[in-house]
Design a protein. Structure first.
Length: 116
């Protein structure tokens, strides 16, 4: 579940390191995901803190890059972590992020190689 450094191999912090709390008290994983199906809890409920903690664990396990179908054979999966959850819904890859990471890795790899 966790990489060698002890951190989950995921890029997105939605519901893990950040939350979006609306004026009515509803808590969502991020500002881009605020549909009824994304609702975590309401801060005015007695079990709100436990709901947030339990939801965080579920998100980490569900969104690990190793569990994403479109990332299975990607050489860059541990570099990008699978991208933004809101932009890569329904198991579709985020084309722009994948292209960016491929370009960046190649570009900086050549720069480092040329300096040595």
């Amino acid at each position: 579940m966790f990489g060698n450094e002890g951190f989950p191999v995921t890029h997105c912090g939605a519901g893990v390191t950040s939350l979006s709390i609306h004026p009515d008290g509803n808590v969502y994983p991020c500002v881009k995901r605020y549909n009824e199906t994304d609702l975590i809890t309401n801060i005015f409920e007695m079990e709100a803190v436990n709901d947030i903690i339990n939801h965080r664990k579920e998100l980490i396990e569900k969104d690990l890059v190793d569990n994403k179908k479109h990332c299975q054979k990607c050489d860059l999966k541990y570099f990008c972590g699978g991208g933004c959850r809101a932009e890569a819904t329904n198991d579709l890859p985020c084309k722009y992020n994948c292209s960016y990471y491929e370009f960046a890795l190649e570009y900086y790899g050549e720069k480092i190689h040329n300096q040595s």
